[in-house]
Design a protein around this ligand. Structure first.
Ligand code: ZN
Length: 225
């Protein structure tokens, strides 16, 4: 006997459900399975969520599905990087850099575009950004040439030094700290104010995952480098 009588119904039930599921999966139209596979390839979407998303679209009106498809197929057209801060933009200069109410001399240096979005949500920062598009990571072969540090230097060189503040807001990870130190050393000869956001952020955490209160505290508690 492999299983007792009491367990038999459960085992049989599970076997029945599994066989039904398998059959259902096999009978899925190719186009639907393809959509599920594509969703499952996206970051943070597991196989179950991928199925749920596909099922949601299946039950949505045709017009809504078409609208989503056309948004996806065209959203990249016309997008470029801002020539000042390297954030994503529709024009040569992004909306933040071209906003006259923002302090152009207070530059918050972040790793990724998502970090600018997280900081913008706090509505506390009135300066501008500089997106590095990565961090120094010798293990992964990422040196200063692979990120936008030279562009940061060029940007600051044209500014009145006494008015400049560079807030280094790279993540509190090993790579983030290494990059922060590198930038601080690079800026030293320019004699501009360099600050680092305070440790309100969890070690090893990402800026874009932090809640708004933590981010506000981190910004307010920044210190001179
Ligand atoms: Zn910009």
């Amino acid at each position: 006997m492999f299983f007792s009588i009491e367990n038999l119904p459960l085992t049989v039930n599970l076997w029945y459900i599994l066989s039904i599921l398998q059959k259902t999966m096999n009978f899925l139209p190719e186009s639907l399975q393809h959509l599920i596979d594509e969703f499952a390839r996206l970051p943070g979407v597991g196989p179950k969520s991928a199925q749920r998303l596909a099922m949601h679209l299946l039950h949505s009106p045709e017009t809504k599905v078409q609208a989503l498809a056309s948004t996806i197929s065209t959203f990249k057209t016309g997008l470029k990087f801002c020539q000042e801060c390297w954030n994503i933009s529709e024009g040569e200069i992004c909306k933040i850099c071209s906003n006259l109410e923002r302090n152009k001399y207070q530059i918050c240096v972040v790793e990724e575009i998502l970090d600018t979005m997280a900081l913008e949500k706090t509505k506390q920062f009135k300066g501008v950004y500089h997106v590095l598009h990565g961090v120094l990571s010798p293990v992964d072969g990422i040196g200063p040439e692979q990120i936008k540090v030279a562009q940061l230097l060029q940007r600051i060189e044209q500014m009145p030094k006494e008015e400049v503040e560079v807030i280094i807001a790279t993540n509190p990870s090993l790579e983030g700290e290494t990059t922060a130190m590198y930038i601080q050393r690079l800026l030293k000869p320019l004699e501009v104010r360099v600050t680092r956001i305070a440790r309100g952020l969890p070690a090893g955490g990402d800026l874009d995952y932090a809640d708004e209160v933590t981010l506000i505290r981190a910004l307010q508690g920044r210190s001179d480098y």
